[in-house]
Design a protein around this ligand. Structure first.
Ligand code: KG4
Ligand code: ZN
Length: 358
């Protein structure tokens, strides 16, 4: 076993993130993952006035904050000790640099990949390009891997994907959203209800005060493994159009009824996959994994399986999850010393259906 330390960068959307992670890389496992630092500079406030991410502003903000974010991650992970007296030399303590290369907003990804290429070249540290979705997948591999086979659900602002995996890199995509991602539906419904961006946490909090049975929004999922959220979003829109003025209780009831329907669809697909593939564990990654009702329902329904949600700091976008995915990638392939990582907005999955952020 060799202990490896990774500096990871993530700039695929509106978080500028840098982290230091450490773990033992053995012949077939990564063990004892430790997160030495995980710094996230969120741009949520910047984009809130547009009700969503404004790509050009996101890229400009990444440029402004990426170097201080990296420095903060290094300083937090390695408190300054003699003989190291300046921050730049702290980077000598890492074995490799990982970076998200896609999918995501290309202008945002370019900042992370260019900084990683330059930093790698200047320090001669090897690079590990990481798929953002792999980051969400491996975010539950802390401190060690969950038991295989497993069923994995990735639910975020850009993705709603269901996989079955027999090994860490042997995964099959069972289904994905045909239209909106589930996090995107939370964001759009929040917007309709006059709640701030990002909508998921706001809807979750308001739903506590509402009646989930107040409105009969569509709950029945499509046949097969694909998801669809546009019908549910439209049903909420139609309902609000019949209500000239929304009281605070109306908002709470709408939020609770929407949330219950959105989560019911996820649960139905998970049940189908668990019945078909009889996994040992079930993992859920991505920003929507922060949803309290989802966590409660999944744990309650699948109590016979090992159920894993990421720890709070690894739920929404962060760089530590990119570092963890990089450690697992290192098992398969040594990091390379070419400083030419390219940003890729859309990544095609093995079954030819693309992973894409809308
Ligand atoms: O993983 P993430 O940070 O970014 C993407 O890769 O897209 O996910 C962000 C998404 C947003 O749509 C946000 O509304 C949603 O995760 N989200 C939640 C909650 N917290 C964040 N959705 C439902 N309930 C939450 N508590
Ligand atoms: Zn994400």
């Amino acid at each position: 076993m060799a202990k490896r330390v990774i500096l990871a960068l993530e700039t695929s959307c509106d978080e500028t993130a840098a982290a230091i992670v450490r773990a033992d890389i053995g012949a077939s496992q990564v063990k004892g993952v430790e997160i030495l630092s995980n710094v996230v500079a969120s741009q949520a406030a910047l984009h809130a006035k547009f009700g969503g991410v404004f790509p050009e502003f996101a890229a400009r903000e990444h440029v402004k904050v990426i170097m201080p974010t990296i420095e903060a991650a290094l300083v937090e992970a390695f408190p300054l000790q003699a003989p190291i007296t300046n921050h730049q030399s702290l980077i000598t303590k890492v074995d490799a640099i990982a970076v998200t290369y896609g999918p995501g907003l290309v202008g945002s990804l370019l900042i992370g990949t260019n900084v990683a290429n330059a930093l790698g070249y200047a320090t001669q540290k090897p690079l590990i390009p990481v798929n953002h979705l792999d980051g969400h997948f491996f975010s539950t591999f802390v401190p060690d891997a969950p038991p295989f086979p497993l069923v994995a659900l990735i639910v975020s602002g850009g993705h709603t994907e269901l996989f079955v995996a027999t090994k860490p890199f042997e995964r099959r995509l069972l289904g994905r959203t045909r239209d909106d991602a589930v996090g995107e539906a939370f964001d759009k419904v929040a917007n309709l209800l006059g709640l701030p961006y990002p909508g998921g946490p706001a809807i979750g909090a308001l739903a506590h005060k509402g009646n989930p049975k107040a409105y009969a929004f569509p709950r029945a999922p499509q046949a097969g493994y694909d998801f669809s959220y546009s019908g549910l979003k439209t049903a909420v829109l139609r309902q609000t159009q019949t209500m000239p003025k929304l009281s605070q209780q109306d908002r709470a009831d709408l939020a609770a009824s929407f949330q219950a329907a959105a989560i019911q669809q996820l649960l139905a697909k998970l049940e189908q996959a668990v019945a078909q593939y009889t996994p040992k564990s079930l993992i859920v990654g991505g920003g929507v994994a922060a949803n309290a009702l989802l966590q409660e329902r999944v744990r309650e329904r699948f109590s016979s399986l090992e159920v894993r949600f990421p720890i709070a700091q690894l739920q929404t976008d962060n760089a530590a999850m990119i570092g963890i995915a990089a450690l697992w990638q290192w098992l398969r392939q040594s990091p390379h010393n070419r400083y030419d990582v390219e940003a890729v907005a859309t990544i095609v999955a093995p079954n030819k259906r693309s992973f894409q952020r809308k």
